[in-house]
Design a protein around this ligand. Structure first.
Ligand code: ATP
Ligand code: MG
Length: 297
């Protein structure tokens, strides 16, 4: 293969991961223009190009060295590790990207009383993830039939080609529509940045390191929330103890009310209604949770 001096990232051409993946790369300061045949998005500033393909092809393209990195669901990446005759050693998950969240789950007919995997012995399970399913069945010590289907797995029980399924679930809506219910989870999935276990040592390796640093910055900001509230000196300890993780809060005086304090805290993740209610009970009021747009420490 010809040596390349530009970094090439494989991503889904058209599907659930396309828009959030592009949005994330844009936030990392990368912009692109499309090639005429729509196979590539060429980087305009940095030497980074995107190859637009079906998500199933992404791990193989990385393993063959056609692409340096890929943005793909953990479900597809993990299934690839069970592919017979795959091109190269195991791939690495360099970062999890926080979108495309779903679960690879066992779903059974609504009337089936599922309690444990051992009940699946002797049944036929339809899936597009035979590698992950067989591995899970083996770990559970269950001998069940695996029916591999490329798509429309959820209709297999109704058609009588399988007794139950193992498929991706997000909200569960598709399952309900097919009289199925989620019974067990094999894998928690989200989009990941996949690559070889060892990074190239040339300029592409430097570019990857730069990209990883920018990604970390973007992810940190994306997950951060600024919590603002008022409390009294008397309640300060109780309130501070309940604050979701993050650096020490900043305290500011409230004009004309010497007993009152304004508290500002950077939180590392979502702040739920329940957490807010608990903090309020401990003596806080006037609470605001704000998204953080940019951060420079
Ligand atoms: P392609 O044409 O690229 O093969 P696809 O139909 O396999 O597309 P999508 O349905 O776009 O793929 O899903 C891409 C990824 O999105 C999945 O592999 C999974 O990681 C993630 N995902 C999140 N929620 C769901 C869901 N409810 N159903 C399927 N995939 C989901
Ligand atoms: Mg696919």
């Amino acid at each position: 293969m010809k040596p390349r001096d530009r970094l090439r990232i494989a991503m889904q051409k058209s599907g659930r991961l396309t828009e959030p993946a592009l949005d994330l790369l844009n936030r990392c300061g990368l912009t692109f223009r499309q090639s005429r045949d729509k196979l590539f998005l060429f980087g305009e500033g940095e030497p980074v190009d995107l190859l637009l393909v079906r998500d199933d092809d992404i791990p193989g393209l990385i393993a063959q060295g056609v692409c340096d990195l890929g943005i793909v669901g953990r479900n597809v990446l993990s299934e690839y590790s069970f592919t017979d005759g795959r091109e190269a050693g195991p791939l690495a998950e360099w970062r999890s990207l926080g979108f495309g969240r779903c679960r690879l789950s066992i779903a059974v007919p609504q009337e089936m009383n599922y309690e444990q995997p051992q009940q699946l012995a002797g049944l036929r399970i339809a899936t597009s993830y035979p590698g992950l399913l067989r591995d899970w069945l083996r770990n559970q010590g269950v001998d069940a039939g695996v029916v591999t289907l490329a798509g429309s797995v959820e209709i297999a029980p109704r058609l009588g080609t399988a007794d139950l399924i193992c498929d991706l679930v997000q909200s569960g809506g598709t399952l309900v529509a097919n009289q199925l219910r989620e019974a067990d989870v094999l894998l928690e999935s989200e989009a990941v940045l996949a690559g070889p276990r060892t990074l190239p040592t040339d300029e592409r390796g430097d570019m990857i390191e730069l990209l990883l640093k920018r990604l970390d910055g973007v992810m940190q900001v994306r997950e951060s929330r600024l919590l603002l509230l008022q409390t009294s000196r008397q309640h300060l300890d109780a309130v501070t103890r309940l604050l979701p993780g993050g650096p020490q809060p900043t305290l500011l005086p409230v004009a004309g009310q010497p007993d009152q304090l304004m508290l500002q805290a950077l939180c590392a993740g979502e702040v739920s209604w329940r957490q807010l209610e608990e903090i309020k009970k401990a003596g806080a009021r006037e609470m605001f949770v704000l998204p953080v747009e940019k951060m420079l420490a």
